[in-house]
Every structure is written in structure tokens, then in C-alpha cells.
Ligand binder design. Structure first.
Ligand SMILES: Cc1cc2nc3c(=O)[nH]c(=O)nc-3n(C[C@H](O)[C@H](O)[C@H](O)COP(=O)(O)OP(=O)(O)OC[C@H]3O[C@@H](n4cnc5c(N)ncnc54)[C@H](O)[C@@H]3O)c2cc1C
Length: 326
């Protein structure tokens, strides 16, 4: 896919929605509205939105599947861009490799394609990435940002193992928005984080894995799904694990040891099923969830001496961890 460059002067003006509620665009089903909102239908649309936002000096916030963000209750000033319509699969096939062998299964897509689509492709080919991808919500681009993965010892178990390249709309240039390709080896991958592509918006992702089928893959996917259903509160709104696992510890275990399962603030509760999940009982606000997060952190620190860091990204807060840019 060739990189392309559009000068800001060539861009058609875009229409933004105003005061768009973000509740249905995040998995916790909380939060306020976006002052301005855009769901681009193409990468050119996205660039047009970014150009307009820059001209008006708006802060820009990016939302994809919304499965790892706590959206603030107030109106979020500036522009929120949802990548949900950048959802085209560009290539999904097995390609021959030099020197023979069974080839490589290649899946290339726009960043807003659901992870479940990638999982389906690898499952059809009976390939191992299907196992960890199944059950992680959200989109492929969000998976790259978070280096999403599972704790179990399996190969592969994180995005960094299956990503070949990403295309990023680079927002650091002064006059335009070049789309730059970054190879996976140019990025810095750590536990639930990737770096080396910011500031910008990931718009396309190339994944691949050796095409050596494993007849047991379907069984492993079923086992992984059974385990998730048994251990996670999947029928209640949540954003998965709230806290990162500190080195040498499991956050869920620490929270449970401190007797915090079931602790409730307003409509938010530490899940009775999985202590590292906070669920929305129906009427939670982002403030309820934030207060509960603070209580859990303070109690775990006081009782165990371990400081918990959030894995979920704060979206639209003054201490924003979803890195908005201008
Ligand atoms: C029930 C449940 C189970 C979960 N289980 C797991 C699990 O097993 N393992 C795991 O790792 N995670 C898990 N999660 C968390 C979440 O699904 C992952 O972190 C996921 O990868 C987030 O993807 P998303 O598209 O929803 O990203 P979002 O929540 O939309 O965004 C996450 C962050 O990435 C930024 N972002 C997203 N897309 C782009 C882009 N294209 N360009 C630039 N910035 C972008 C956003 O600004 C935000 O800061 C779970 C969540 C739930 C609700």
C-alpha cells in the first residue's frame, strides 16, 4: 500500500457532529459528549478532519473500539474521532515464502477492523494467533496501541508478535499529514503499550503468521472462551482489566486479598467474579468508576505496599492518559 501525502490546502471541508454522546461508543457505557465528533469514512476524510482541527486549534482525541477507555462525564472539548468506519479488510491470504515451506498467512486491514475479524481469518487457516485474539474486544488498531494480549504462556500471545507494519497519519508535521509506514521492528513494544509511532493516528495494520496449521487450534479457542466466560463478568459493561499487573504480582489477586471484591461506589462495583474488573451495575458514572479506582489503589497500597497503575486509558480527563494531541 503506497504512502500518500495530502497538502492541507487540497482538502475538502468536513462536517462535524456536535455534542455527540459517547456513551454508546465505549464498553463501560458511561461518559459525556464530544464537543465536535467525526467518524471518517476514509483516510482522506480523517486527514481532512485533522486539518480542520489544527486550523481551529482543537485538541484531538482518538476512539476505536472503546473497550479500554474511561470517558469523562463532562463535555470533552475539541474533536473526538471514531475510527469505526475505517473497517475494510485489505488483504487476507496465504502467500508463498522464499525457499518454499507452507507460506505466510497475511491479514492487512484498516485500523478500525474488529479483532474478531482477524481472529476469524487465522481460525479459518487453523493458525495459533486465533487463540489469543479471540475474546479480546475492540479493534486491530487499538490492539496495536495497547499491545493487547493474554497472560497465559502461549505463542503468540501479544500483538507485537503478529504485527509486520503499521501505517500512521503523522500529526507532527507543520503543513500536512503524511501517512508513514513503520515496520514492527521500528516500534518499541512493552507490556500493554507500544511506542515509536506517536503523535498520530494508526490507520492501517499488517499482520502475519507462518501458515503451519495446527489441527488443535479450534479446541484451544474453545478452551480460552470457556475460561473467559467462567472467570470474567462478560454480561456486565466493563473495560476488562482495570490495572496492569505489577512486576511479580497479579492485580486481581492483590485486590481480592484486600477484601475489595464487591466494593461499590454509586453504580460502579469491583466485580464479584474477577477482582481486576470494575463493572457498571447500570447507573454508573465515570466519576463513580474513577472514585472506585482511587479507593482500590489506596487500599492495595496501604495493605500490601504495592502501587497499582491503570491499564485503562483516561479519556477527556485533566490527567488524560489517552494522549490527545493538537
Ligand atoms: C471484557 C473485556 C476483556 C478484555 N480482555 C483483554 C485481554 O485479554 N487482553 C488485553 O490486552 N486487553 C483486554 N481488554 C482491553 C481492550 O479490549 C484492549 O486494550 C483493546 O486492545 C483496546 O482496543 P480498542 O479498539 O477498544 O481501543 P480503544 O479503547 O478505543 O482505545 C484505547 C487507546 O488507544 C488509542 N487508540 C485506539 N486506536 C487508535 C488508533 N488507531 N490510532 C491511535 N490511537 C488509537 C485511544 O486513544 C486510547 O488511548 C478487554 C476489555 C474488555 C471490555
Amino acid at each position: 500500500m503506497p504512502s500518500h501525502r495530502i497538502a492541507t490546502s487540497e482538502i475538502e471541508p468536513v462536517k462535524f457532529e456536535q455534542q455527540k454522546s459517547l456513551k454508546d461508543l465505549n464498553w463501560w457505557k458511561v461518559g459525556g459528549s464530544a464537543q465536535f465528533f467525526l467518524q471518517p469514512q476514509s483516510i482522506d476524510d480523517l486527514i481532512a478532519g485533522l486539518a480542520e482541527a489544527r486550523a481551529r486549534t482543537w485538541a484531538v482525541h482518538v476512539l476505536s473500539g472503546g473497550s479500554n477507555v474511561l470517558v469523562a462525564d463532562h463535555e470533552i472539548s475539541g474533536l473526538v474521532i471514531s475510527l469505526r468506519s475505517l473497517n475494510r479488510v485489505l488483504r487476507s491470504e496465504v502467500v508463498p515464502t522464499e525457499g518454499g515451506g507452507s507460506g505466510r498467512a497475511v491479514f492487512e486491514c484498516e485500523a478500525g477492523v474488529a479483532k474478531s475479524e482477524a481472529a476469524k481469518f487465522f481460525l479459518q487457516k487453523k493458525l495459533a494467533p486465533a487463540v489469543f485474539l479471540t475474546g479480546i474486544p475492540g479493534d486491530v488498531g487499538g490492539g496495536v496501541v495497547m499491545n493487547a494480549g493474554v497472560g497465559e504462556a502461549r505463542t503468540p500471545r501479544e500483538f507485537c508478535e503478529i504485527v509486520d507494519w503499521i501505517d500512521v497519519v503523522d500529526t507532527s508535521a507543520d503543513n500536512d499529514f503524511p501517512v508513514r509506514r513503520r515496520g514492527a521492528d521500528e516500534l518499541h513494544w512493552t507490556y500493554r503499550h507500544s511506542a515509536g509511532w506517536q503523535p498520530g493516528v494508526i490507520v492501517r495494520v499488517g499482520l502475519s503468521w507462518p501458515a503451519d496449521p495446527d489441527p488443535q487450534v479450534m479446541e484451544h479457542v474453545r478452551d480460552a472462551t470457556r475460561k473467559r466466560v467462567a472467570t470474567q463478568p462478560l454480561t456486565q459493561p466493563s473495560c476488562g482489566s482495570v490495572f496492569r499487573n505489577p512486576p511479580g504480582h497479579k492485580s486481581a489477586k492483590l485486590i481480592e486479598q484486600c477484601g475489595l471484591k464487591g466494593l461499590t461506589v454509586g453504580g460502579a462495583q469491583v466485580s464479584l467474579k474477577h477482582a481486576n474488573f470494575i463493572v457498571n451495575l447500570g447507573s454508573a458514572t465515570a466519576q463513580d468508576i474513577q472514585t472506585l479506582i482511587a479507593k482500590v489503589r489506596a487500599t492495595v497500597l496501604e495493605k500490601t505496599g504495592v502501587s497499582l497503575e491503570t491499564e485503562v486509558r483516561l479519556f477527556g480527563f485533566s490527567s488524560d492518559t489517552s494522549t490527545p494531541f493538537r
